[in-house]
Every structure is written in C-alpha cells, then in structure tokens.
Ligand binder design. Structure first.
Ligand SMILES: NC(=O)c1ccc[n+]([C@@H]2O[C@H](COP(=O)([O-])OP(=O)(O)OC[C@H]3O[C@@H](n4cnc5c(N)ncnc54)[C@H](O)[C@@H]3O)[C@@H](O)[C@H]2O)c1
Length: 251
C-alpha cells in the first residue's frame, strides 16, 4: 500500500494510460479523483475504484480551474496531482495551422499550469515542510519521448511535450522550497486509443524493433513508473523527465 491515505487527482484518467494509473493508485490505497472530458467512462472507473469523477474540457481555463477545485474538495485535499491528459495531432510542419498549434498546447501544456496552480495552492495551505526535504505534495506530469526526440509529422505535439518537460523543471525549482516535487514521465509508444486510428501492424513491428526489449509499452508500464513518482519512494527526485520507452530514448 504505497499510497495509503494519499489523495490523488488524475487528469485524462478515463481511459488508456490514465485509467491504468487510476487503478494502480487505488490498488495501492489512494483515494482518486478523475478529471476527464469523457464523463461516462470517468464515472464508471470512479465507481469501480470508489473514487470521484469530474467532467471537464481541459482546453477551457475557467472550467479547468473549477473542476480541479471540485476534485480537491471531493477528496478533502490533495497530496498528488497527476497531469496525464493529452492529445495527439498529425500534420506536416508546413501545414500546421495556428489554431491546431493552440489546441494542442492548450490541452497538453496550459491545462497543466492551471491544474498545478489550483492543486499546489491547496497543498501549500495543508502543511508546510517540517524540515528540508520534507515532501508535502507531488506533481507528476505526462510528457513524451517526443518531447526529447522530436517526431516528424507531429511538430506541435513534440513541441508541447518539450514544453511539459520545461514546465516540470521550472516547477521543481520553484516548488521545491515549499516541499513539493515536480517530475514527468516520457512514455515511448504505448498501445492505447491514442494514435490507434493511424497505427498499422507494420508500424507496430517497426517501432518494436527500435526497443532493445523488442516490444511496445502497455499502459501498466507507465502506471507503475507513475506510482513510483507519486509515492514516497521518489521523495529525493524532482525536475526529472523519466523515460518509460523500452530503451528507445535514454537521455
Ligand atoms: N500512447 C502513447 O504512445 C503515448 C506516448 C507518449 C506519451 N503519451 C501521453 O500519455 C498521456 C495519455 O495518453 P493515452 O495514450 O492514454 O491516450 P488516450 O487518448 O487513450 O487518453 C487520453 C485521455 O485524456 C483525455 N483528454 C484528452 N483531451 C482532453 C480534454 N480536452 N479535456 C479533458 N480530458 C481530455 C481523454 O478523454 C482520455 O481519457 C497523454 O498525455 C499522451 O500524450 C502517450
């Protein structure tokens, strides 16, 4: 029970990697609130794990602020914020429209700033660190291998994920003195509904061959790494961008 007594807010927790995180955290004793635009799926999962679901479109700043506060209130406070929601869009660099760029950045990065502002305000009000290194709260963000390695045909996505890594590092520096850590995960290829519409068997074979381990990721691979970052086991890690990419990226 590595999260016994912890209150965790997970964005994008209705399906895919986020749903695996919700189940993993709940199995380790956490009380979990799911923020997602998929109200029905989020509600079902919340009922399954005895948690809470809040419907929100994370592209909407005011709604995101209110939904994060509702989630924190439902849990009676917050110990860990997991910013996992994200969207993937494909377009050649020369064809990306400003509104497409803005859409990806609004969900993938700006929403993280907004949820972090609300959740960290609550963490700070709950308790001050009693000694240097006393961790009173954690923020875990989902970036991507693309944030380090780029990605042809998805420049807006890759740039947004590099921004997540930058946001995480700045947050780590600024929030560390308050006893709050900030880390992010950089998953490689994970078999979820994201990208499923364009993914072929040939793609899966080609991508698998890029991993020394010879396979793609499963949502549970990322959820187990998130559990480490959400738990006290990682209290001396902050500012890190941890790859969960089967060795495809190692920097
Ligand atoms: N699948 C991969 O290969 C992969 C690789 C690297 C990083 N990631 C990242 O992992 C995270 C989870 O991705 P996934 O593969 O589980 O994808 P997914 O599409 O299955 O799940 C994404 C979740 O975010 C929610 N979401 C999206 N836009 C939202 C919005 N505007 N408001 C509220 N909720 C919203 C969705 O409803 C969904 O529940 C994302 O940040 C993604 O960029 C995924």
């Amino acid at each position: 029970m590595r999260l016994a007594g912890k209150r965790v807010v997970v964005t994008g927790g209705a399906r895919g990697i986020g749903a695996a995180m919700v189940r993993t955290f709940a199995a380790e004793g956490a009380a979990v609130a799911v923020l997602d635009v998929l109200a029905e799926e989020a509600g079902k999962l919340a009922a399954e794990v005895g948690g809470h679901a809040v419907e929100v479109d994370l592209a909407d700043v005011a709604a995101t602020r209110a939904a994060t506060q509702s989630a924190v209130d439902a849990l009676g406070g917050v110990d860990v914020l997991v910013n996992n929601a994200g969207i993937l869009r494909f377009a050649p660099l020369l064809d990306i429209e400003p509104h497409e760029w803005d859409e990806v950045f609004a969900v993938n990065v700006r929403a993280m700033l907004v949820t972090t502002q609300v959740a960290v305000t609550s963490m700070v009000a709950q308790r001050a660190p009693a000694f240097p290194g006393d961790v009173v709260g954690k923020v875990v963000n989902t970036a991507s291998m693309g944030g380090k390695a780029g990605g042809a045909g998805q420049a807006h996505y890759a740039a947004s994920k590099a921004a997540v890594i930058g946001l995480t590092r700045a947050a780590a520096e600024e929030l560390g003195p308050l006893g709050i850590t900030a880390t992010c995960l950089c998953p490689g290829y994970v078999l979820t509904e994201m990208g499923a519409g364009t993914r072929t068997d040939a793609d899966v074979a080609r991508w698998s061959a890029r991993s020394p381990l010879g396979r793609l990721g499963q949502p549970e691979d990322v959820a187990r790494a998130a559990l480490f970052l959400a738990s006290p086991d990682s209290d001396y890690l902050t500012g890190e961008a941890l790859n969960v990419a089967g060795g495809m990226v190692t920097h």
